[in-house]
Design a protein around this ligand. Structure first.
Ligand code: 5RP
Length: 262
């Protein structure tokens, strides 16, 4: 039941539900990864089942692929799709220019490839993800396992010349073992506290041998849909310069909530 959801989950759900209005039959849709994106996948699955929505979904992780299949979405690979109408995904931080930090769930590589291959990227988030300046959330960087400690040292040395407040990197763990991405790589989380020039940092990090990709999404996101715990939703479109507000009614979605409650 909706009353069992925390305000943060209600906010994530509200953003995801509103973002479904960007999707229509015939579209190829990039499906993000994370708890907010999981709400989106469930909502789209409901629309496939109840409203006959016909879409093809390109998942950004093995987790999302599994969930999408479970809820009845037709899943295809990026190579089959080649280009997408839209990608809808969560974020760890977004700023006023809709630049993002992503990769908290470890899927930044597929997420960036899929979003970049889309006509439009829509981010769904609760208001806690909004920041003045990116960097409080540790910046995930995907690195190949070969020589990862050397890559880490090179990154930390490179950070000395950058406009950031912290300069340490830590290997992401999964319990007692290093975390592996879907591509078999590791994640280094960079504790920067504040990123003064995100565009420059992104370019410089990606020059370091061993780095596959970083979690800064610069000039990729077009729209952010911000959910609040009371069902309010704000939609900001960076290209149109528009902001609109609406309200999501939780009661209509009791079936969806009961699927995941308990
Ligand atoms: C996964 C991501 C997620 O979109 C990001 O971590 C946000 O996750 P959540 O919606 O669970 O807060 O980038 O790699």
């Amino acid at each position: 039941m909706s009353s069992t959801l925390s305000p943060i989950d209600k906010a994530k759900f509200a953003a995801a539900k509103q973002a479904c209005s960007f999707v229509s039959s015939g579209m190829t849709v990039g499906l993000g990864t994370g708890s907010t994106a999981a709400w989106l996948v469930r909502c789209l699955g409901d629309m496939v089942r109840d409203e006959g929505l016909q879409i093809r979904g390109v998942p950004t992780s093995s987790r999302t692929a599994q969930l999408a299949r479970d809820v009845g979405i037709d899943v295809i690979s990026l190579d089959e799709a080649k280009w997408l109408d839209i990608t809808i995904d969560g974020a760890d931080e977004y700023d006023g220019s809709l630049n993002l930090i992503k990769g908290g769930g470890g899927a930044l590589l597929q997420e960036k490839i899929v979003a970049t291959a889309s006509d439009q990227m829509v981010v769904i988030a609760d208001i806690s993800k909004q920041v003045e300046t990116l960097g409080a959330f540790p910046l995930p960087v995907e690195v190949i396992p070969f020589g990862w400690q050397t890559t880490k040292t090179l990154i930390e040395e490179t950070l000395i010349g950058m406009d950031v407040l912290g300069r340490t990197a830590s290997l992401r763990m999964n319990g007692d073992s290093p975390f592996f991405t879907d591509e078999g790589n590791h994640i280094l989380d960079l504790h920067l506290n504040r990123i003064g020039n995100a565009r420059q940092l992104s370019l410089v990090i990606n020059q370091i041998p061993g780095v596959v990709e970083n979690g800064l999404f610069i000039d990729i996101c077009d729209v952010v849909v911000i959910g609040y715990g009371d069902g309010r939703v704000e939609v900001r479109d960076i290209n149109k310069g528009s902001v609109s507000e609406s309200q999501i009614d939780f009661l209509e979605d009791e079936n969806l909530f009961s699927d995941i409650a308990d």
